[in-house]
Design a protein around this ligand. Structure first.
Ligand code: 5GP
Length: 195
């Protein structure tokens, strides 16, 4: 997605060879015009798949999931990272190791909002080692729901998550796939290479 690639090049900051900061439009301040375009893109890529639920993780997945939900007419649900949930009997829970924070924490989704009849689209802001997506897959399995695919705003294709998830036969759609950040600047794979 050209518009997103340009935004990453002009406003993204490469903090190290593996960490990209996009606080000005995705992870802290949010660009609603770009989010709308992202929502339209995911909606068109996953149209006709019978999707009934969008599943993401708080907090950075919520903005793209919300706009995609609006365009598809589907309610997004976000897995919560909150520790204060004490009633665990009505929750699906999974462990996720955070790439950026280097801690493992539990995520949870209420059984009220995901069940075996759902066809789920997983959405997230970044794909790095795949831990966040694997945690969401675990929750979908617990619910007995089906998976339509995974939508990622920014994939770092030089890290192993994308390959691991695609190797399971899961469809992964990425809007900007970074080949390298070795020179302090993001370089992208060509779109035809990814899809
Ligand atoms: P994974 O679970 O695939 O290893 O990492 C995905 C999660 O880590 C995303 O939900 C995102 O919040 C965070 N993340 C991974 N890499 C980056 C990065 O380079 N920049 C930012 N801002 N977040 C990242």
């Amino acid at each position: 997605m050209k518009q997103l690639q340009e935004k990453i090049l002009t406003e993204g900051r490469v903090l190290s060879e593996s960490v990209l900061k996009v606080d000005s439009f995705l992870n802290h301040q949010i660009d609603p015009v770009l989010m709308e375009a992202i929502g339209e893109e995911f909606a068109s890529r996953f149209a006709g798949n019978g999707i009934t639920k969008i599943l993401t993780i708080e907090s950075s997945g919520i903005a793209p999931a919300m706009m995609t939900g609006l365009k598809m007419g589907i309610k997004p649900v976000f897995a919560r990272k909150s520790q204060s949930l004490t009633l665990t009997d009505n929750l699906y829970t999974a462990s996720v190791h955070s790439f950026t924070k280097n801690v493992t924490s539990d995520i949870s989704v209420s059984k009220d909002f995901l069940n075996k009849d759902d066809v789920v689209l997983i959405l997230d802001d970044f794909l790095a080692n795949g831990q966040a997506v694997l945690g969401l897959l675990d929750i979908i399995e617990q619910a007995g729901a089906s998976l339509a695919g995974v939508g990622i705003v920014i994939e770092k294709g030089f890290q192993p998550g994308g390959k691991e998830i695609r190797d399971r036969g899961i469809r992964v759609e990425t809007l900007a796939n970074i080949r390298t950040m070795e020179n302090g600047k993001a370089e992208f794979f060509e779109e035809e290479f990814i899809r």
